[in-house]
Ligand binder design. Sequence first.
Ligand code: GTP
Ligand code: MG
Length: 376
Amino acid sequence: MANSKYEYVRSFEVEDEIMLPNIIIVRIDGRNFCRFSKFHEFEKPNDMKALELMNLCADAVLEKFPDIIFSYGFSDEYSFVLKKTTKFYQRRASKIHSLIVSFFTSVYVNKWKAQFPQKDLRYAPSFRSRVIGCASIEVLQSYLLWRQSECHLNNQYDTCFWQLIKSGKPENEAEEMLKGSLKQDRNELLYQSFNINYKKDIPEIFRQGTCSLRTVEDIVKYKEDGSAVKRCKRKFTRVYSENIASRRFWNNQLCLVKELGQFTEDLSKTKSEYVKSFQHESRLMPSTWIVVRIDGCHFHSFSDVHQFEKPNDAQALNLMNSCAAAVLEEFKDIVFAYGVSDEYSFVLDKGSTLCERHARISLFGRPDSGHKALSY
Ligand code: GTP
Ligand code: MG
């Protein structure tokens, strides 16, 4: 399309550059994972293997995209923080989040069998994604506090709820017992009724969520003549902390301080106006056509590595077509699809209210922009 008479198509793309000095966060979240976890019989309230699968996918994302230097995840969600000065895809939100969610999802499917050898993946999971721009390090700190509080609260509630169910209480009764309860009440309930010390007996991966940091290590290599040379080796470190938004945790991680800055004070609460901004989503105009175009990222090398026939590989095209058919089956608001080579366009019904017309639409991200998907 570049330098062709169709170049004008680019004018349909959304202008969504996240300007400097905003810090870019991408959050992905399992779509209807309540159903997915039931279908695949995840252990309640936490399934260690399912969490480990999420963590492995996050590691793969960090490995693939060097500008991501920190990730934090729990349950069916993950947040990825890019270094402040990133120029990845000219800082265009739609490109960045669609690439990350697409790659994450395909790794999830790829690694499923190794993680769950006894369970078939019964249907294709999908994840939503969005970009959050943080105007300062203080806003990023608030964001982390907000997500980890959500992890703490959800996990404590779910732990109580499933203990009550296991003890024979019907669901509505368990819900009633927990209604309006405070953190302290729930700790007490666990201790008094089930002899569970929440902090001591529940693994930190469930209570605190998982962080990964990109760190750089100096290593010494020896040349053939025996002389030593210093090299930088990138690696990831998984860490657990009760308070990832604390100065104590953050300021001790040199790589985070270098790429994002220091936390200057501890926070006890996230400002409600910040939470509002984290939840804000732009909506597309009602009664307009929405077109979502997906486009393979680096598919030239993907097709080389997988030895696609040249110039057209019928099987590869059939695979694209059957994926498009699955998308049409899943999202009833899509009324038309057209594909060629490694791209597909999906047209949504004018009256569609899919995802309330939020610009982020599940696995394929933002409409009207040339998405670069790594996999489908
Ligand atoms: P949307 O994100 O709005 O599409 O809904 P959702 O169904 O994905 O729910 P949400 O993201 O709010 O919460 C995640 C849900 O995933 C939880 O409520 C659980 O139902 C499920 N889930 C995530 N991890 C586990 C797990 O380890 N075990 C079990 N049993 N369920 C899990
Ligand atoms: Mg979800």
